[in-house]
Design a protein around this ligand. Structure first.
Ligand SMILES: O=C(O)CCC(=O)C(=O)O
Ligand SMILES: [Fe+2]
Length: 284
């Protein structure tokens, strides 16, 4: 194997080049990629040329497809038979295309479901200059950097992320919910605010700052203050990887130990990616 492995600074993100994911998938390589994903959380492959089948066949070496349950809406669930969702701003050209050009606040995919995705992939298909990057936050470091008092306060807390897809995308933003006033629609699935990574055994601050959420059994005022403190902590985190897209890039990320963000961009700039997500376990 003569591919190059280049870790980024800050410990999050690694780039692999001189590899062809359409043909080079030996067991040794798959295991090496899984190890790199566990260690660096975001793995970038350059210059790929993959059919839809090659893209999903690569992804499902790392776990089964994430299959949306029709009862619970998610991105692209209207066409749940297709494992590939288009994330793009050219909806008139691509059916099954979502997210337009608006800002997507920092989140982990499907955190509002019972079994969120373990990992996701985006494959750049049609990207023009100055479209938006994607930014991943290292939530193991987010946990590690907390003071010990906060660590002990959050250790036993479960949080609820309310599913934003019951309402039009973009109409919901980060908010600590006051259940005495208004409970967002839909079924909810509480998860530990501090989850453990099944492979690395590391502790993770499992919190998005994109949607409505609250902490189970915590009075509103206390929960709201805690959320605001954690929110500031995450925004100021220096352990991030920012990816500027080129056609043929494939980015594979650990959806347990990271959250991701995309700024808004000029709607006239083409930005089309294919996304695949992998099924995961109930967080613990
Ligand atoms: O468009 C992006 O960069 C990220 C979109 C996103 O959140 C996703 O595909 O899960
Ligand atoms: Fe996402």
């Amino acid at each position: 194997m003569n591919h190059n492995i280049s870790p980024n600074k800050n410990g999050i993100g690694v780039t692999i080049d001189k590899i062809n994911l359409a043909s080079d998938l030996s067991a040794t390589l798959i295991i090496q990629i899984q190890d790199l994903l566990s260690k660096y959380k975001v793995v970038v492959f350059k210059d790929q040329h993959l059919t839809d089948e090659q893209l999903s066949d690569f992804a499902f070496r790392f776990g089964p497809p994430f299959v949306p349950d029709n009862k619970f809406p998610v991105l692209g669930s209207k066409d749940s038979s297709n494992p590939i969702v288009i994330v793009g701003n050219q909806a008139h050209e691509y059916s099954n295309s979502y997210l337009g050009h608006q800002e997507v606040l920092p989140h982990s995919d499907h955190q509002w479901l019972k079994c969120p995705s373990s990992a996701s992939l985006l494959y750049a298909l049609d990207i023009h200059l100055n479209s938006a990057p994607t930014v991943w936050f290292d939530m193991v470091q987010a946990y590690n950097m907390l003071d010990s008092e906060t660590k002990s306060i959050i250790e036993e807390i479960n949080s609820i992320t309310y599913n934003p897809f019951y309402r039009p995308f973009g109409s919901v933003s980060a908010k600590y919910v006051d259940r005495n006033i208004d409970i967002p629609p839909g079924d909810t699935f509480p998860h530990p605010l501090v989850r453990t990574h099944p492979l690395t055994k590391e502790k993770i601050l499992y919190l998005n700052i994109a949607y409505e959420l609250d902490f189970v059994g915590v009075p509103y005022k206390v929960g709201n203050e805690l959320f605001s403190k954690l929110n500031d902590h995450i925004i100021n985190l220096s352990y991030k990887y920012e990816h500027h897209w080129h056609n043929g890039d494939l980015v594979f990320w650990d959806n347990r130990s990271t959250i991701h963000y995309r700024p808004s961009f000029d709607s006239s700039i083409r930005r089309v990616l294919k996304r695949v997500t992998i099924g995961g376990e109930m967080p613990y």
